[in-house]
Design a protein around this ligand. Structure first.
Ligand SMILES: [Zn+2]
Length: 74
């Protein structure tokens, strides 16, 4: 089943995609959200497997401001 990385809108293959969240749907289990490896690194997305057990399914980032320059973390 094809999946698209919602960040760069590129189709990700089953080998390259990383599950980063779950979208709630009205019926049945949630639909998984996949990111490509490049976006996972660029946006510092946390893999869904690394979410805490209280996850709400939304993608998470290692920073609250994904685009904050490194200097602000000093
Ligand atoms: Zn991507």
């Amino acid at each position: 089943m094809p999946a698209w990385c919602p960040w760069c809108k590129v189709e990700v293959s089953e080998d390259d995609r990383i599950m980063v969240g779950v979208v709630e749907v009205a019926s049945g289990p949630g639909r998984p959200v996949y990111a490509c490896d490049a976006c996972k690194v660029a946006y510092r997305i946390v893999a869904f497997a690394d979410h805490l057990t209280d996850t709400d399914g939304n993608p998470r980032y290692t920073d609250r401001e994904p685009f904050a320059p490194w200097s602000r973390h000093a």
